[in-house]
Design a protein around this ligand. Structure first.
Ligand SMILES: NC(=O)C1=CN([C@@H]2O[C@H](COP(=O)(O)OP(=O)(O)OC[C@H]3O[C@@H](n4cnc5c(N)ncnc54)[C@H](OP(=O)(O)O)[C@@H]3O)[C@@H](O)[C@H]2O)C=CC1
Ligand SMILES: O=C(CO)[C@H](O)[C@H](O)COP(=O)(O)O
Length: 485
């Protein structure tokens, strides 16, 4: 039996994508570096569809119909190159290699260019949805040549999540575009989780709301404009009791957040393409600080009196009415900060499109994230609508009328929450950084004029004037007269 597609790398994501393909009627050839994973998949799920068991990449390639489609789902980085190197002598012109892992987009650009020279298609595909999404329908963000999408698109669209009957899969752009879009998705994912964490910490530290009570709060929030997958699963995590101790599970999990790289790449790329993704970058730094556990332990002793001498403020908003008001303020601060992170993500997509020559369609990208992926949220439908009419696309999402209105509505609460966090020493880096982004964007005059003056003073870096064109320098160390350069 010849197979429609081969999948190599059968850990969580590869195994579930392979099952998804088979359940959708495709014959799937299976391969994994260690054969045990292949056999485990076949033993447990072999009955779900047509699978071809293979033990080597040569066997995998032999089993495929032409043009061959080989989907790689291994650890990002060197393992992807190792698999490609092994595949190369086995493939022929016109065959397609698909890398569906979280690869760095610059590596995808390099691999695509190298394989194109050899007559092969290399398609970098962003996949989101975790284990469950991979099995039942992930959000899929394919890059690569348009030609390769003709051969691959129908298959990917069939296994993708659906939103009101539309597949959450569409070609996004050439070479590394698919992995870039997935990277930005993950940057937003970092911010989404950090603002949820800050909301939880504030409600616990200042209003004394225990995790189980907060599970109810998040459940309620999931019926508001915050409705999203991450808010939904926050309830599940917060209400979970530890089997061993009976304490809330969240209290026995080590407070050091892991990171595999996509958030960091988003922040770095934001700097490189000149897009101020402050909220996303701050979320990455928040994970970095969480990892400095020993330093935090030492510092918490050194500064135990806290800010303004407030040691503990657990009861601050514990009166019924005050608590309700505070919780609603936190909800609004969370929503506003979330909006900022999406606005930044889409802003950097625009900048990257110009930088790398990709025709990224923001409306399509928003549509791909409406179902199947980790950041799926009701909000994405509104974002999609904001980009609906080409001539009316906002320069920044915050300028879309629906979001301007929402931010105005949230603003007083957002400021109160950031002020309370600062006053009582509860870290809320992303709530406050997002507010600073908003305040910076809406200022028509920033102190950058002083920065320019200082740069000119110490380094003759020159400046422009508001009242006439040209480039100027003040002779600071001489008579302080101005000269035009
Ligand atoms: N987990 C998730 O929720 C998501 C993950 N991703 C991305 O998908 C990809 C796969 O993720 P996941 O399923 O979690 O698996 P892992 O990232 O843990 O990778 C494990 C797989 O990689 C294989 N592998 C590792 N090194 C090599 C190598 N040198 N040569 C050949 N194969 C190798 C392993 O083979 P062996 O069994 O022999 O060790 C195994 O099949 C990653 O890029 C990940 O970032 C994307 C979206 C969500
Ligand atoms: O891509 C994903 C979800 O969309 C993966 O789960 C990824 O591992 C998440 O990133 P990190 O491990 O850095 O939190």
């Amino acid at each position: 039996m010849s197979a429609d597609i081969g999948v190599t790398g059968l850990a969580v994501m590869g195994a579930n994508l392979a099952r998804n393909l088979a359940r959708n009627g495709y014959t799937v050839a299976l391969h994994n570096r260690s054969v045990a994973r292949t056999d485990s998949l076949l033993n447990s799920y072999g009955h779900e569809g047509n699978f071809v068991r293979t033990e080597s990449l040569a066997e995998l390639v032999q089993s495929l119909e032409r043009p061959r489609r080989v989907l790689i789902m291994v650890k990002a980085g060197a393992p992807v190159d190792a698999v490609i190197d092994e595949l190369l002598p086995l493939l022929e012109e016109g065959d397609i290699i698909i890398d569906a892992g979280n690869s760095f987009y610059e590596e995808t650009r390099r691999r695509e260019a190298a394989l194109r020279e050899k007559g092969l298609h290399f398609v970098g595909v962003g996949v989101s949805g975790g284990e469950e999404g991979a099995l039942n329908g992930p959000s899929i963000m394919p890059g690569g040549s348009r030609e390769s999408y003709q051969a691959l698109g129908p298959m990917l669209e069939k296994i993708a999540a659906e939103y009101h009957g539309e597949p959450c899969c569409a070609w996004v752009g050439t070479d590394g575009a698919g992995h870039y879009v997935k990277m930005v998705h993950n940057g937003i994912e970092y911010a989404d989780m950090q603002v949820i964490g800050e909301a939880y910490d504030l409600m616990r530290s200042l209003a004394g709301l225990e995790p189980a009570q907060q599970a109810g709060v998040f459940r309620e929030w999931n019926t508001t404009d915050l409705a999203s997958y991450l808010i939904e699963i926050t309830s599940a995590v917060l209400e979970q009791e530890d089997e061993l101790t009976g304490r809330p599970l969240v209290d026995v999990i080590v407070d050091s957040a892991g990171q595999k790289g996509t958030g960091r790449w988003t922040a770095i790329s934001g700097l490189e393409v000149g897009s101020p993704v402050t909220t996303i970058a701050e979320s990455v730094f928040a994970r970095s600080i969480s990892s400095q556990r020993e330093l935090r332990a030492e510092t918490s002793q050194a500064f135990s009196a806290g800010i303004n001498g407030v040691v503990s403020a657990e009861e601050l908003y514990s009166e019924q009415d005050a608590q309700q008001d505070f919780v609603e303020d936190v909800r609004k601060a969370l929503y506003a900060s979330k909006l900022v992170s999406y606005a930044q993500g889409f802003d950097m997509l625009t900048a990257a499109g110009s930088e790398f020559g990709w025709e990224l369609d923001l409306r399509t990208i928003a549509s791909l994230w409406r179902a199947g992926c980790i950041i799926r949220a009701d909000l994405l439908d509104t974002i999609m609508k904001a980009y609906e009419v080409p001539d009316e696309r906002p320069k920044n999402l915050l300028l879309a009328p629906a979001f301007t209105e929402a931010l105005n509505e949230c603003l007083p609460a957002w400021r109160r929450v950031v002020a309370a966090a600062a006053t009582y020493g509860v870290p809320a880096p992303v709530f406050s950084s997002s507010l600073a982004y908003y305040d910076s964007l809406r200022r028509d005059r920033l102190p950058a004029s002083l920065t320019q003056g200082l740069r000119d003073y110490f380094g003759a870096h020159t400046y422009e004037r508001v009242d006439k064109p040209g480039t100027f320098h003040t002779r600071w160390s001489e008579d302080r007269s101005e000269m035009e350069m």
